[in-house]
Design a protein around this ligand. Structure first.
Ligand code: NI
Ligand code: MN
Length: 221
């Protein structure tokens, strides 16, 4: 079992039982953050790309906790040279003590010259959680559908402007066919103000479950 906690925007905690993962920590300056950066713990910090609303608190939390940073090579070199970093690249699976982290395509700027943004497919304790990062719609998502071992939880951006909006996100869900869909990257800033409840209602018509998490809420996956 994995416990998943939403910290607002694209930030999630993933507790695998043996490790505490923190994805895209953006707590300082995030109006939806339910905790301060000084009050979260982590063993690994996964950073999809170098934009401030994903990488913002990563180095500070790593410095305080000793957590290892997991990201793509150029983002690691540019932003986390002073941290203990495990850097991979798109298509690779990083084998870590708690399980696997596969770096997958995200169509988005990395925030650093020459770098790539990514999504993370995390496998731990028999469960699979896919954090899509910031991304546009791409047919590459079809490659991640696996009806024998579906994604247990899909964390998907729906806010538009910088990422997919709800219509494209719904098409992504139809390609990936996960068990549970959790929208993210909405409502934080004025330009990303989509309606997560309407999105979830549309997702449920596809046969997947969908859930809007309140910042600070934890669910078992
Ligand atoms: Ni971004
Ligand atoms: Mn973003």
């Amino acid at each position: 079992m994995i416990n998943l906690t939403f910290y607002g925007h694209a930030c999630f905690g993933v507790d695998t039982g043996s490790a505490r993962l923190l994805i895209d920590p953006f707590l300082t300056g995030n109006p939806l953050a339910p905790v301060a950066a000084a009050d979260v713990d982590a063993d690994y910090i996964l950073v999809t790309h170098g934009h401030h609303d994903h990488a913002g608190d990563a180095a500070a939390i790593a410095g305080r906790t000793g957590a290892r940073i997991v990201t793509t090579v150029e983002v690691g070199q540019a932003l986390f040279s002073g941290c203990d970093t495990v850097a991979g690249n798109i298509g690779g699976t990083l084998r870590l003590p708690f399980g696997g982290v596969k770096l997958v395509t995200a169509i988005h700027g990395s925030g650093v010259p020459g770098g790539l943004a990514c999504g993370f497919v995390i496998e731990a304790d028999g469960k699979t959680v896919y954090h899509m990062g910031d991304t546009a719609l791409t047919r590459d998502f079809e490659l991640l559908a696996n009806d024998d071992h579906p994604i247990d939880a899909l964390l998907i951006p729906i806010g538009g402007h910088y990422t997919m909006g709800p219509d494209d996100a719904l098409r992504a869900v139809e390609m990936i066919r996960p068990r549970l869909v959790i929208p993210m990257h909405f409502g934080t800033f004025a330009e990303i103000g989509e309606d997560p409840a309407a999105f979830c209602a549309a997702v449920e018509k596809t046969g997947a479950a969908a859930r809007v998490l309140r910042p600070g809420e934890t669910i078992a996956v």
